[in-house]
Design a protein around this ligand. Sequence first.
Ligand code: ATP
Ligand code: MG
Length: 615
Amino acid sequence: MNQESTAQAGQGRPPAGKRAVLGLVLPIFFRYRRRLALGLVALIAVDFLQLIIPHLLKIGVDGLADGTATTNHLLAIGGLILLIAFFVAILRFAWRYLIVGFSRLLERHLRNRIFSHILTLDRHFFERRTTGDIMAHASNDLLAVQMACGMGLVAAVDALVMSCAAIGFMVHIHLRLTLLALLPMPLLALCTRLLSARLHQRFNIVQEQFSLLTEFVRTTLVSIRLVKAYTMENLQKRDFEKLGRSYVHSNIRVATIQGLLFPVAGLVGNMGMLLVLYFGGRLVIAGRISLGDFVAFITYLYMLVWPMMAIGWVTNLGQRGMTSLGRIHELLSAAPRLQDRLPAKRPAMPVPGFRLRDLDFVYPAATHPALRHVSLDIGPGILGLTGRTGSGKSTLCKLLARLYPVADGCLFFAGSDVNSLSLDAVRSRIGYVGQETVLFSDTVAANIAMGRPGACRAEIEEAARQAAIHHEILQLPKGYETMIGERGVKLSGGQRQRLALARALLCRRPVLIIDDALSALDVETEYAVIVALRQGLRGKTVLIVSQRIKLLSETDEIVIMEQGTVVDRGGHEELFRRNALYRFMYEKQLHEPGVGTNNVTTGQSASSLKQGINV
Ligand code: ATP
Ligand code: MG
């Protein structure tokens, strides 16, 4: 099956059924079943202990009413109530610890699963989903699921047990009075249902607004220097305030519904109370029930108000939890477009070159192809790649580094179609230095050793020397142990580029792709890097994208791209003679400091320069 179609099976599918969504959390419930069972037993015990209290009150009041009560008798009842309260306190602590703790464990499992799944996804996914959206999953949605499985579960069980038991005790006292007291209940159920449906929709909008807000903050922080340089602070502030206003507005719309749910439940509870006071009072006057029964009945009815209100709250939590779990399920169902086709082969070595045959490529979100009919053999040796901006150089590099899917029969690595090879195996043979340097908030050494965490200091230093950055690292406050990034030393653009190059060199992979990653270097440093590279990379396949004639003249061959196709290919002198764009680039750079006629000329100098730097 084609790779594209495998991947597309993961997209545009109908929303997953409830069973599939719940399948995400049920195994976790099962795993912690003992903890949950203990917690629920404690919770139910609390409910029953609390239900004993009205019965004790009834005994006390009846004793007072018929004059049989003594102070000792009353003290004993008071002491018993205190003892019950003591056990209730202990058991309450126990259920909270066990059940809320469970919800945190569940949250951790889901968070880990989301994170490891995101790591498997490819660029196709990240081009469609913003970071803010993904962050919203990792915070808000997880919180909603955690609340539903923690306090939501507690409230649901509590409400169920309390209401069943309270109604049972009430029926025991007087059946007809109980039915009267419960008369307003169906009204409550109806209101809750209607309001919850609304709540569901509005909650979705809140989540969307939150992800917009998060994304806005993230992009602003990432480009803070740009914001300051263009004095865009006020503009950003205004836009942020606008987003914040819509976020608050949608939250208030959620709050209005929530605000209606609770008072409605309270109102219904008090309607029941009115009926009990009237009809129950008449029963007491007629001597059909005792005064103690009447007091106990009212206490049970009060105990019912909370479960009735909890119905609204629990529905609320449950709805939020299900919506969020649905979104998490959708995220976890997203499949990478690039997947190994089984059985995936490992590339045959040791000729790690590429062969491109009529390669076309269109970006997922684009209408025009970025590459058209590219046919090219790459490696072994150093190949230079140049061309106007937007001509498709980076796209070509990304396809070689297997960051996007390609059609069958267009791209071959080490003699095999890349689609038949294992992705990991291909990627682990390629060192890729992208156009944008990415460094982590960590030490210089850790940044270099990222691709080979086990590398020793001598190897790290060797890679840094090859990238001509070793001496500059030694001048940093703590040398290789200096922290860089957000909370550390800031490096220059050229230093960052060479650090990224050192990282790729340390991996010692047979293929090295450098996408315009030496652009920020001055001519002298660039020269030092090339010298080191030529020495260290003999026999390997190297692709260097550059606009610099001086750098290109050091390569074995140069390819020129225009509008997504290869328009010329040849040695430096050859291209100088026949290619207008190349000659134009050369003449433009001729007068730049450090690019003298003795370095890049039409005559023998390019080859003599190569000899001079120890080819
Ligand atoms: P430069 O010298 O400026 O780095 P380039 O030759 O590397 O340019 P590419 O980055 O390969 O150019 O871009 C080739 C074309 O593909 C451009 O028209 C660009 O707008 C488009 N393009 C690049 N990245 C994407 C993307 N992620 N989605 C859609 N279109 C893209
Ligand atoms: Mg580029």
